[in-house]
Ligand binder design. Structure first.
Ligand code: OSB
Ligand code: MG
Length: 370
């Protein structure tokens, strides 16, 4: 296979409610939809999930877009591949920049699935028509407000609730939710907001039967996470730290965590994600699918991957209406009994809506390859 043309659609989609984390507030989903076209005119789609600022991890949107446009694409001139996994070795010389790589690789997987007449789900080894999913709630003004939002999500059928925390917006909030909903699958995500000075605070969270605490410490730390995991019953989960299967191995060797939030965008694509899934399954780490407030293309990719049976826990893959009034694909992901349908058509199984993209577009570039 050969890629002949690439289109980059830079879009900004307003969010239904702002999403507040320890690193900032998000009012819209700004991302780049990558459309690859091969020599037979088949299109494959990926979504660049890097955020506008380097506040979640180091990678950020214009830098990632530059890497795709000015660094990777010129090197895809006359590049032939027979399987999408070849992309990883082709671009292994580019350090980091996992989200840029994941966006392009995702398009190749979509084309490959379409050419072999299979769904992406089947291509990635997933199964089942529906998937249990959870919801991730941003930091709220006060505990009562959080309880109200949790109640609403449980009412809608979500199977698991994640609550964003930061110092001073943690124990009272989690205590209130746990008191109101003693049975709900509940977890907390700190997005690296704590330091070694906060150990006692974090240990206090151990009494709320949380299923896990996600990434309390800094994005390169394995040592403090290991020290915490030794002192609490609750699983420590790593998110920002994990960019490759080697990072998962290091976390495992150092006992830094017992669970992995897997975002294919953060680890450079499906090829690396599959290696991580395999490593976790073999070594008894709980692996589950995280989210980046994806638009429709990214969500379809996540659903296909998360339908692999190794994913033992409902992911951060909520229905479209939890994020947006309108998305950039024709379909809407709707919650049914706390589950989302995994697209079953060939490829990613969803269609870009050029009309909807038009509403949200910032800029569009078409690049032809030789
Ligand atoms: O840490 O998992 C995270 C959103 C933006 C940035 C980081 C994270 C998140 C989420 C939202 O928790 C998950 C989702 O619903 O997409
Ligand atoms: Mg997280």
């Amino acid at each position: 296979m050969r890629i002949r043309q690439i289109t980059l659609y830079h879009v900004r989609i307003p969010m239904v409610v702002p999403f507040s984390t320890s690193f900032g507030d998000m009012y819209e989903k700004e991302c780049v939809i990558v459309e690859l076209k091969d020599e037979e005119g088949i299109s494959g789609y990926g979504e660049l999930e890097a955020f506008p600022l380097p506040d979640y991890i180091e990678e950020f949107l214009v830098a990632a877009k530059f890497i795709i446009e000015k660094v990777m694409l010129p090197q895809m001139n006359s590049w032939e591949f027979s399987h999408p996994s070849e992309f990883q070795s082709r671009f292994s010389w580019i350090r980091g920049n996992e989200m840029a790589k994941a966006a392009v690789e995702a398009g190749l997987w979509d084309i490959y699935a379409k050419k072999t007449n299979r769904s992406l789900q089947e291509t990635l080894g997933g199964e089942g028509k529906f998937l249990d999913v959870g919801v991730s709630l941003g930091i709220q003004k006060n505990p009562a407000e959080l309880v109200a939002r949790v109640k609403d999500c449980i009412g809608q059928g979500y199977k698991r609730i994640k609550v964003k925390i930061k110092p001073d917006h943690d124990i009272a909030y989690i205590a209130a939710v746990r008191e109101a909903f003693p049975e709900v699958l509940l977890m907390a995500d700190a997005n690296s907001a704590y330091t070694s000075a906060d150990f006692d605070r974090l240990k206090e969270l151990d009494r709320f039967q949380l299923t896990m605490i996600e990434q309390p410490f800094s994005i390169r730390d394995f040592t403090l996470h290991a020290r915490l995991q030794k002192q609490i019953q609750t699983l420590v989960c790593l998110d920002e730290n994990i960019r490759s299967v080697e990072d998962v191995e290091q976390a495992y060797q150092m006992k830094s965590c017992r669970a992995i939030n897997l975002k294919m965008a953060r680890v450079g694509g499906h090829t690396e994600a599959l290696k991580i899934v395999d490593f976790c399954a073999k070594n008894g780490l709980l692996v589950w699918c995280g989210g980046m407030l994806e638009a429709g293309i990214g969500r379809a990719h996540n659903l296909a991957l998360a339908s692999r049976k190794e994913f033992g826990f409902p992911g951060d893959i909520s229905a479209t209406d939890r994020y947006f009034n309108e998305d950039i694909i024709e379909e809407e992901f709707k919650l049914k009994n706390g589950r989302l349908a995994v697209p079953q058509k060939t490829g990613i199984g969803v269609e870009i809506s050029k009309k909807k993209i038009e509403k949200f577009i910032d800029s569009k570039q078409v690049i032809k390859l030789g």
